[in-house]
Design a protein around this ligand. Structure first.
Ligand code: GRF
Length: 179
């Protein structure tokens, strides 16, 4: 069973659901994330773990990990989740957490990867799925798709389209191996 962490629109969550992957729980750090609406529409249990409601990030992450385990989660996908995970969470799902990022890591880590690639004037950027550690987009790369920058008017859409193919592919392969 897969748990998905989200903070925003949730188009990557939707891609996982539409691919028929067994998503059993969706957790967010923001109660207004549209991703939660998508999860509920698919009948998937949701919960919000806001930092405001916990003493610190470690405690929040522990409570979130326990909730995911209670929902049968063995594998975690970060799909637009905009917080770093702390050691207590990472140790609960060792080597079983992946993230999707809109650049060819290690180029352009962080929250503004598409804008940073445009500002740097590269001809090719892309999408990365990587294992998650406690750094900002630093875990080992599992798979990448190149996306040409031009035509730049449609770059954001083409990056997202590539994410919606690559993330479900990698999650499906990892879950098959874990069986
Ligand atoms: C994606 O571009 C993902 O790579 C990045 O945040 C965005 C989330 O989009 N980490 P969505 O919420 O899945 O639509």
């Amino acid at each position: 069973m897969i748990g998905v962490l989200v903070s925003g629109n949730g188009s990557n969550l939707q891609a996982l659901i539409d691919a028929g992957l067994p998503v059993s729980a969706v957790a967010s750090n923001r109660k207004d994330a549209y991703a939660l609406v998508r999860a509920r529409a698919a009948g998937i249990p949701t919960a919000t773990f806001s930092l405001d409601c916990h003493a610190d990030r470690e405690e929040r992450d522990l409570v979130m990990a326990t909730w995911l385990e209670e929902h049968g989660v063995e594998f975690v996908a970060l799909a637009g989740y905009m917080h770093l995970l702390t050691g207590p969470f990472l140790r609960r799902f060792p080597d079983r957490i992946v993230n999707v990022h809109p650049s060819l890591l290690p180029a352009f880590p962080g929250a503004h990867a598409i804008a940073d690639a445009l500002a740097a004037g590269v001809g090719t950027t892309g999408v990365t799925v990587h294992r998650v550690d406690d750094g900002v987009d630093t875990g080992p790369v599992l798979a990448q798709t190149e996306v040409p920058v031009e035509p730049r008017e449609t770059l954001v859409e083409r990056i997202h389209a590539a994410e919606h193919i690559l993330l479900p592919e990698v999650v499906r392969a990892l879950c098959a191996v874990a069986r």
